[in-house]
Write a new protein. Structure first.
Length: 279
């Protein structure tokens, strides 16, 4: 299998999801070792409600990502800070610290992301940061135009590809499905709609068993050049924009621990691509 670089990797645990899911750094690396993922842009999970310690819970999540980037710079060359608009000015201050003091290069927001997230984007934009807002509606287009020097990772949905193709600060993420479980990826059509140099692969751990998506990419009728672009080539430029000295590792990381298949890939029986592992 060709190398893969993941633009959408979460480390941490959910709180209010049923069933809860999560992965620590060691488990993440073990999954990468099994699936030819060489590196990833990493970010916290959606912590959810209740957040018992307020901003401190957000800080802890961001510190986990910062440590992963520090300890494994080849595998986690850049990371994003979790934002929580519910905390207002304190949340903004925490985002600023995560970028200026922890070395994270931008932000990640989780649904529902609305206008109250714009001040957090501004914090990232002051450093020409990277944003993954889990947003792909009209508001996403407005925000991308509001901050033209900020880079955004956006799910390559039909709406996004039809409405954002002219925005040169958007990277289109191939993740899970284009428009829900009944939709299928057409990579040739996608490359005709948007700049083929800005299509990138997203695994979305620990929620999704991305091996399904890797199989779809590998068996696609698109060219090997386009498969390589999606899998790893395109995202190299994005990572090096924030970490100029980073280079693609020569091989995948070695698993720090040998897990059983059940420990790594247990899934929902009704939804076999949905992971249920909590570590």
């Amino acid at each position: 299998m060709r190398p893969y670089i993941d633009c959408h990797n979460h480390i941490g645990r959910t709180i209010n999801r049923v069933p809860p899911v999560g992965q620590n750094t060691a488990m993440c690396l073990a999954r990468f070792a099994e699936t030819n993922i060489y590196s990833a842009i990493s970010m916290p999970t959606a912590v959810g409600s209740p957040i018992t310690r307020g901003v401190e819970d957000i800080r802890d999540q961001n510190e986990v990502i910062a440590r992963a980037c520090k300890d494994f710079p080849d595998q986690f060359p850049i990371g994003l800070a979790l934002i929580e608009p519910r905390f207002g000015k304190r949340g903004l201050e925490e985002t600023d610290k995560a970028i200026s003091e922890l070395g994270l290069v931008g932000i990640v927001g989780h649904p529902p992301v609305r206008e109250d997230s714009i001040p957090f984007v501004e914090v990232a934009a002051t450093r020409q940061g990277l944003c993954n807002l889990h947003l792909w509606d009209g508001l996403m287009g407005e925000i991308a135009q509001m901050f033209p020097d900020t880079q955004f990772i956006v799910h390559a949905s039909t709406y996004a590809t039809e409405n954002f193709s002219q925005l040169d600060n958007i990277w289109f993420e191939v993740v899970q499905y284009p428009d829900g479980r009944d939709s299928k990826w057409d990579f040739n059509s996608l490359a005709n709609k948007v700049n083929k140099e800005r299509i990138i692969f997203g695994a979305d751990l620990p929620y999704y068993d991305y091996r399904f998506l890797q199989k779809i990419i590998e068996e696609s009728d698109c060219s090997d050049d386009l498969k390589d672009r999606i899998a790893y080539r395109n995202i190299i430029a994005l990572i090096q924009h924030y970490s100029p000295n980073w280079k693609l590792p020569e091989e995948p990381v070695k698993a720090p621990r040998l897990y059983t298949s059940k420990e790594l890939w247990s899934h929902n029986p009704q939804l076999p691509d949905r992971l249920t592992v909590y570590a």
